[in-house]
Design a protein around this ligand. Structure first.
Ligand SMILES: Nc1ncnc2c1ncn2[C@@H]1O[C@H](COP(=O)(O)OP(=O)(O)OP(=O)(O)O)[C@@H](O)[C@H]1O
Length: 888
């Protein structure tokens, strides 16, 4: 029995009152409703649950991947107490009901913790993969029930899994993970990887599997729950009876499940395997990322999910893992925050997707079916950063297309080859994208959308919201969105590739960070948050796993799947986030939605960076949440942190959200204010040229810098990274040649900052942000990408919504997928996604920082070119880069 459980049990009587109160609070919370449905992924979960039954058939046909059963993992042990070799957990008594009762939960936990080795042959009760947890609207109140039912079933499976004989062999698919992302071994999750249908043959599952009960998801089981609601929950601390942890279906292919750490909306909570005692289908996926790659699917990717984080696990690394305990490797993550139907392995098509070789092109069948409309403009048909990547635009005959486009009109993205798997997320997989012709790289998030599946709508909605948000963000500390497109039934979202991996990954691979790094990272995270919060947008899932680091130490916030734009006064908090980083008010839902939840999470992240573990990681999921939500205790702050660091953390971890400083305010805190700024030398060439279509401010900035640099001739101009580098059209050689905006010959620092964009000219899917113009590829009447302050003015260009204009054809992203398309439209047109009104003029700090990875490589050439063009200017080519300024 897990230590934490034991502890809990011993104190149960004592704390019963508190727990009940606490649980009751949560219970009410989930019952009473969740935050705006449109933003919730729960619908998905609900759906998932509903669909689970219906899809059983198909599910059963597809072997799911299961991790190696060889590694025993206990999920019930606290981080601190869990040994490498997990003791066999004592299965808790099974409750009579097969519902998501506490007993179930506990059982599942125990079961999960049981060594896989110990139960190799016995088939585990695996439930059909649940539907995606995400989802927007829960129109039907019974959805919760459905989710709950799913959870119950999961629970049941978990229970069954206690029996070793239920273990099922891993699917061959499990081995296709790259980068060691999938470490089958350690996964208790093997349970999750069992082929659901076949595995449902277990004794305990029999009843549940009865057709009538299997209608389970939404009916029978839920009904049962209804009949015996709170008592069991209270008794068993089943916070989530109505709650939100998604059960993550595991699938090697899809794996939305890889994200165990996120909690979703109420609805999702219901799905939560954790709460319901469900086996952790996602575990395998979640923990299997390769530690060293920095790209994970594990904790991070898995990440996101509450489930995964519900049990902070450690020391379960695969051999490849760094000596440092890697929660990811063992992370239990039952659920992914969003189980997109698109990525559900169980779906017939999913199988194909999953089976794809990471090294293959995004899709060989790209042009097989739904031909993408040609982008109206001449943009970057060769660049992923091009809006053309977004099939959201309709063909515009009047606008010339690039030759390349003409040659390959159906899919601009086809030029991008899908490379290795970078990680797995709730929606799907993230691959490295490489353009053989340009040499550019990007991160390609591949999500399968099923046009014939109701889940598509939820997927589309969620993705639409995420893309909508991302496309309007442009900040050096936020991963840049480049564009997106659909190819057949797959949606590709092109993002800035951040090769260093997540902070989480770094911590797993290299241990805790030193104070300098913590200060720097924290300062950057704050910068990103300040920018985000200025737009009334809350990230809601700040944690190491969602913060990427580039090779030069620049930090970028990623994974905006949980982000929400706060539009009105009332914004009920939904149970979203990752438990260990979750603010008390989120758990208790005692306050309205506020930006302060990110500040709390930031404080947790600082501790995570300092210790490699989030606060309260010594407690298992529920216990941790109880601590966070119901106690007054503050987490231990390591002595390694300076007094300033300590104070910073304490400032962030104030239980009253109103007492927490804002991100902007915290930027003034000595802990980060005194942080050594990251700097990137600016190549002289960058300073010597000005963007053709740069805004005055940008132009001035660049010119000033240029002047500064050139006046010195050999210059030692240093510019803090966060300042201008990015803005320069020339700023980045990379952008110089590839960005769609460059292609358009227009430039605008940010879709957000540009007048056009501000006025609402924004195409969420068209890669609104982050692109810098290609001065050398100007085209008359060319497409003006809104992201660069340019607008496609031809034809049916936009429609307006809430002050934000979108390209009418944007929904074409989901061409061939009516439901998805409509869902996308809905979400895009929802006020929740409207950021236009919040658009603010950029500050220098908001300038998009061009990718620097290739900058240095090209800088020399640029310098040479510059010299050729400006013979009077003398450069010392031996100093391609300016010196640093900073104040180290
Ligand atoms: N821009 C990027 N550059 C490099 N790697 C990335 C990038 N985006 C994502 N990844 C990798 O892919 C993994 C999954 O991506 P991401 O977290 O965005 O997916 P998701 O569906 O949002 O996941 P989650 O379940 O956390 O919501 C990340 O953990 C990371 O390792």
């Amino acid at each position: 029995m897990p230590s934490w459980w034991g502890k809990s049990s011993s104190k149960e009587a004592k704390k019963k009152g508190n727990k009940e109160s606490f649980i009751d609070t949560i219970h009410r919370k989930f019952k009473s409703g969740s935050e705006d449905k449109s933003n919730s992924r729960s619908g998905g979960s609900q759906r998932r649950c509903n669909d689970t039954v219906s899809e059983r058939g198909s599910l059963s046909r597809f072997p799911s991947r299961s991790p190696s059963p060889s590694t025993p993992v206990s999920r019930c042990q606290s981080f601190a107490e869990r040994p490498h070799t997990q003791p066999h957990a004592q299965p808790l008594p099974l409750p009579r009901a097969q519902l998501a009762t506490v007993g179930r939960t506990d059982s599942s936990i125990s079961a999960s913790s049981k060594s896989e080795l110990d139960r190799p042959s016995k088939p585990l009760l695996v439930f059909p993969l649940p539907k995606p947890c995400y989802g927007m609207n829960r129109a039907d109140p019974t959805d919760v029930e459905g989710d709950l039912a799913t959870a119950s079933i999961s629970s049941g499976s978990t229970i069954d899994s206690d029996d070793p004989s239920e273990s099922r062999p891993l699917s061959p698919l499990a081995s296709d993970y790259e980068n060691g992302n999938r470490t089958a071994l350690n996964s208790p999750s093997s349970v999750m990887h069992k082929d659901p249908t076949p595995t449902l043959n277990q004794k305990n599952s029999k009843e549940a599997l009865q057709p009538s009960n299997l209608l389970l998801n939404n009916h029978i089981l839920s009904t049962s729950l209804k009949r015996q609601p709170s008592s069991m929950q209270m008794q068993n601390l089943q916070i989530p009876s109505h709650n939100a942890f998604c059960s993550a279906p595991d699938s090697s292919m899809s794996s939305p499940s890889r994200s165990p750490m996120r909690a979703f909306g109420v609805e999702q909570f219901v799905n939560s395997g954790f709460w319901a005692g469900k086996a952790y289908p996602d575990i395998a996926s979640a923990h299997c990322s390769s530690p060293g790659s920095g790209h994970n699917s594990g904790h991070n990717s898995v990440g996101g999910d509450l489930s995964g984080q519900l049990f902070w696990q450690h020391n379960r690394c695969s051999p490849e893992c760094s000596p440092i305990p890697s929660p990811r490797m063992i992370s239990p993550g039952p659920s992914s925050r969003i189980h997109s139907g698109a990525v559900t392995p169980l779906h017939p098509r999913a199988g194909g997707a999953a089976a794809e070789s990471p090294t293959s092109r995004p899709d060989n069948g790209k042009q097989q079916s739904h031909r993408l409309p040609l982008p109206p403009l001449t943009i970057a048909n060769t660049s992923p950063f091009s809006p053309s990547y977004s099939s959201s635009t309709t063909p515009t005959p009047s606008v010339p297309r690039s030759p390349g486009r003409a040659e390959n009109p159906t899919s601009p993205g086809s030029r991008w080859k899908k490379g290795r798997l970078l990680g797995r997320g709730t929606f799907g997989h993230v691959y490295l994208g490489f353009n053989s012709e340009s040499g550019e790289m990007c991160a390609m998030k591949e999500v399968t959308l099923f046009s014939d599946d109701a889940k598509s709508r939820e997927s589309a909605q969620q993705l639409g919201q995420e893309v909508s948000l991302l496309s309007r963000l442009q900040h050096p500390n936020i991963v840049q969105y480049y564009g997106s497109e659909t190819v057949d039934d797959k949606l590709y979202i092109y993002l800035e590739y951040v090769s260093g991996g997540s902070i989480y990954k770094l911590l797993q691979d290299y241990g805790n960070l030193g104070e300098h790094a913590i200060r720097s990272y924290t300062q950057q995270i704050l910068s990103g948050l300040a920018y985000l919060h200025a737009k009334n947008t809350v990230h809601r899932d700040i944690k190491g796993a969602n913060i990427l680091v580039d090779p030069s130490g620049r930090v970028k916030l990623a994974d905006f799947g949980m982000a929400k734009h706060i539009t009105g006064q009332s914004c009920p908090l939904s149970f979203k986030g990752s438990p260990y980083w979750m603010a008390p008010e989120v758990i208790k839902n005692s306050n309205g939605c506020n930006l302060a939840v990110d500040i709390w999470s930031l404080g947790c992240t600082v501790l995570e960076m300092a210790t490699t573990k989030p606060p309260w990681s010594q407690y298992e999921g529920v216990a941790a949440m109880f601590k966070i939500g119901n106690s007054k205790e503050l987490p231990a702050i390591p002595n390694s942190l300076s007094a300033e660091g300590r104070d910073f953390v304490l400032q962030c971890l104030q239980r009253n959200p109103l007492h927490r400083p804002t991100a902007a305010k915290l930027l003034e805190h000595p802990f980060v204010k005194n942080a050594v700024p990251l700097e990137r030398p600016i190549p002289i060439a960058e300073l010597s040229e000005g963007p053709p279509a740069a805004t005055n401010s940008l132009r001035n900035l660049v010119l000033n810098l240029s002047f500064f640099a050139l006046s010195d001739e050999v210059s030692d101009v240093h510019t803090p990274r966060n300042i201008s580098c990015p803005v320069s059209p020339i700023g980045s050689p990379l952008l110089h040649s590839r960005s769609p905006q460059h292609m358009s010959g227009r430039m605008s620092p940010s879709p957000i900052s540009s007048p056009h964009t501000a006025s609402g000219a924004s195409t969420p899917l068209s890669g609104g942000s982050g692109m810098l113009p290609f001065p050398h590829l100007k085209q008359p009447g060319s497409y003006m990408h809104e992201g660069m302050g340019t607008i496609q003015r031809s034809q049916n260009s936009f429609y307006t919504n809430g002050g934000t204009h979108f390209h009418e054809p944007m929904p074409e992203l989901f061409r061939g997928m009516p439901q998805a398309s409509q869902a996308f439209r809905d979400i895009i047109s929802s006020d929740n996604c409207t950021l236009g009104n919040q658009i603010t003029q950029p500050t220098s700090g908001e300038f998009y920082d061009v990718q620097s990875v290739l900058a240095d490589r090209v800088s020399q050439q640029l310098l040479r070119d510059h010299v050729k063009l400006n013979p009077t200017v003398k450069f010392n080519l031996s100093l391609p880069m300016l010196d640093r300024t900073s104040g180290i």
